[in-house]
Unconditional design. Sequence first.
Lengths: 144, 407, 140
Amino acid sequence: MRVFIDPPNSMILYDLVERFGHEPLSSMAAIQEMIDNLEVDMPPMNVTIDDVVRGLAYAGVEVPSGIRGRLAVWGPLIDAADAAVIMTDAPFSFGCVGCERSNEMIKYLVRRKGIPQISVGYPETAEQAETVVGMIKEFLEGLA
Amino acid sequence: MTIKIAQLSCGTEYSSVQPEIEKAARSVGAKVVYPDVSYEDINEAVRRFGFNPRSPQLKLMIARATQLADKRYDADAVFISTCFRCAEAALVRNELRRFIQENTNLPVVTYSFTERLKASQLLTRMEALVTIVTRKELLARERQVGITAGLDSGSSTTKAVVMENNKIIGKDWTPSGDVVKSAETVLENALREAGIEFKQLEAIGTTGYGRFTLGKHYNAKLVQEELTVNSKGAVWLADRQKGEATILDIGGMDNKAITVRDGVPDNFTMGGICAGASGRFLEMTAKRLKVEIEELGALADKGDWRNAKMNSYCSIFGIQDLVTSLGEGKSFEDVAAAACHSVAEQIYEQQLQEIDVRHPVIQVGGTALITGLVRAVGEILGEQPIVPPNAQYIGAVGGALLSSGMM
Amino acid sequence: MSEERETRLFMISPDSKLTPDQLVRMVHAMGLEATVKETCYGCLVEGPRELVRTALENVRKDHRYEVFSKVRAYPSSDPRRCRAQHGTRPGYAQLEAEWELLPLIQHALLHAEAGRPYKEPEEAKQFPVDDFKKMCEANR
């Protein structure tokens, strides 16, 4: 199944989803689609004004352009997802997940879609890590 | 020499504006760079800075600013930019601007963008950053020498000044039409007043929107953006070459607030959401009141803005307010005062919030001749601005002064 | 192109004795037509998707709990994200942070795959305000 991960650029979540037999839907793959488009020359990411306008499907024009641009990249991933694994309070969310308002909206969009999802907290101890990995494993193995 | 502009930003790549920023930098011989930071640097910088934003990219901006402050990363200027309408980013943007200024000597410009940003909108700002870095010695020039002319091709008016041995000997202005023809007219008249032949001019400096066209036409020695040129003209005219000052230039199309130290600009803001905050709005007001723009200030001086509600956030809505006020039977004097107050209020809300105002405030540009506007600015700032003689000629004087350093 | 090219980073857990150099040699020894670039955290493998995944499977056979992986959007040495051009890319700090968490994940994976149970997460409860009031009053 196609499993959306949040943070969408997390290596750990990408690895776990793949390891337990599913296809992770990540920002890396979405960005690869954009940067490999040879018809667009908008370095570094080839996000165009048309993409930002497409973001209006997820947020209104009064919302800052950076949020609409981000949602234009991730929104379609959520649209395509069959399930989602979400890690909350991750201290690492840099790069393409640098805007907290966009990150909040992503979590909401997943919830609004109503697909199977699991939300785990960021582990600080070995015991918490066992819980996080154990829960994610069970969730992923339980997906049909 | 390529100037390195350190970019501290959030949202540029996802707003489709990063290529525009880089294009603007390239076109003035600069390059955009990002200070290197590690994960640990970010945590430490945020702790030290004391403002912990929720958005990680803003934390990254703080860490990058700290690298510059600690001189662990080498850059020549700083560009701080975040999405328009993002409150969290606006707070961080302004506090980082202050932090950089307190801890480095780097010139800084801040900008909030929408997805519609084009390189041309940033060009003047980027050019000014580069000028401040590369022409420090020229900008320190306090006296004009020889016989030189300055041409300021603005959006509303074109001005010319002829100077000889640190004195203005000829000047003229006209409403801007064709860039070259307007300049030819004013320069001819200024030369006539000065009793000087064109061929006697040892150097010409051009500035304003038409600077490149005029620079080429006259083979000018100096072609430079209006931010640095105007600030030099302002301190020369106001005789404030030493110490600190803030130059406030409410232009026909956009506004500038520039801080200077010993006559050298070190920070500026430029812009305005709408023509509602510019001289253009006052022109529209004068037209509706059927008075000449030159009379508007005196009219406003006799009125009280409190008697007429006006909000010129947008020139269209501003004029609607004006029509409503007149319809309600408000006096022309009160309406003129309200228009001046509204423009001054917006300058305060938009421009002056993005710099740390240094005293005295020197108000220049053609709009400085509108006494009602100067009074309104003074009321809002709690300090009456200095309006130097020939305040409308700052750009042309700056051009004549600086070009004399390039002979 | 996207269907063809895959650039994947292989990250070694800080608790592993495996070095980036050993990992690179291991991938080279597979004889796949993929490029391998050693990095501070492990390596980048780039080539046709099938081959890159074969490399991943082979690495996991020997180092299942020590090597973690995700795809990368930009090809190796892409000037649009080159450190030499602009400085570190924004996602770099993310990788550093995740690398620090890998020993815990490595340990937890071993635990989970051994079929051992995990403790149900506890909801953090706030200190009841009534109790707080009592505490304040007791110390009056």
